[in-house]
Write a protein that binds this ligand. Structure first.
Ligand code: SAM
Length: 291
């Protein structure tokens, strides 16, 4: 049984610590920490909750502190070594689910599964979120990082998606070659590393304190992985299959240029976030390359 007086005291202690350290949403964060620490016995609980609050104050992402996060209604295990999923990435997952639902409806009753690749999958948040929201989705997820792949596999298994999501390790599409997937993919989602290497050196110290460099470093202009994916996705996409990226603020013009110069995609369209910023780029593979 939990003692309400002790509970209130601990809650007050945590909120006070978080408020004085300038943490946003101190009350909500304190409640989530207390809930997570509840698994420990009464003696260890206060100690564990305070440790977690201290880690949050030191700048550790909340999902690392809690060891879990909900993404598109799927509860995921989260741990250092793979990017802590950002809430804004749900826009990419939700956009993909909407397009796949429309595609499935157009194909009509009795239509088979839809095929999706989650490239640069991290701990599998997009793959699991899409599979969770849309049952006909069969997903191949891949990442370079062994830690991310191990976590993604744990998430797939614990959510019961092993029959619908396969997780592979490799450099972009290398891990997908030779599996008979060429020309079968309806949609590729990708949230690639996109920060300029030099900017990461200068201003990224805070990010790199807890999260891995390979999740952020997009090469000299932040576009290296976008460029490679735009080119290397083509053999896998069906005609009219979608390539969808999460993009950084103000990257829409560059995206238009990168897609257009291949001559292989329809004009890129953008999905805006709640603040009206273009944060998802979507283009379809043309039936015929026009360049
Ligand atoms: C910005 S994180 C995205 C993680 C996850 N998809 C998400 O949305 O939160 C980028 C991911 O790309 C992976 N990555 C970087 N270079 C890669 C490459 N050449 N091939 C495959 N994955 C790569 C990183 O390991 C990292 O997990």
């Amino acid at each position: 049984m939990t003692d309400p007086t002790r509970e209130n005291f601990l809650a007050g202690l945590l909120v006070n610590l978080l408020v004085t350290s300038g943490i946003t949403d101190p009350m909500e964060n304190a409640i989530r920490i207390m809930e997570t620490a509840r698994g420990n016995d009464q003696g260890c609980r206060r100690e564990r909750a305070l440790e977690m609050a201290q880690a949050l104050v030191s700048g550790m992402p909340l999902s690392y502190v809690l060891g879990k996060q909900t993404f598109m209604n799927a509860e995921l295990m989260v741990a250092p070594g793979a990017l802590a999923p950002r809430a804004e990435t749900e826009l990419l997952g939700v956009t993909a689910v909407e397009l796949l639902r429309t595609l499935s409806a157009q194909r009509g009753a009795g239509a088979n599964e839809v095929h999706v690749i989650d490239m640069c999958c991290g701990l599998g948040n997009l793959a699991c979120g899409i599979a969770n929201a849309f049952r006909p989705a069969r997903v191949w997820a891949s990442d370079l990082s062994a830690t991310a792949v191990a976590l993604a596999r744990c998430n797939v298994e614990s959510l019961g998606f092993s029959a619908r999501i396969e997780v592979m390790q490799g450099d972009l599409f290398a891990s997908l070659a030779g599996r008979g997937l060429e020309h079968t993919i309806d949609a590729i989602v990708c949230n690639p590393p996109c920060i300029f290497s030099r900017r990461l050196e200068k201003a990224g110290a805070k990010l790199l304190r807890y999260e891995p460099r390979e999740a952020f470093d997009g090469g000299p202009y932040g576009l290296l992985i976008y460029q490679r994916v735009i080119k290397d996705a083509l053999p896998f996409l069906r005609a009219n299959g979608w390539l969808m990226f999460e993009i950084g603020q103000g990257q829409d013009g560059l995206m238009e240029f990168l897609f257009k110069r291949t001559g292989a995609y329809t004009p890129v369209e953008f999905v805006n976030n709640a603040s009206g910023e273009a944060r998802v780029a979507v283009a379809k593979k043309r039936r015929r390359i026009t360049a």
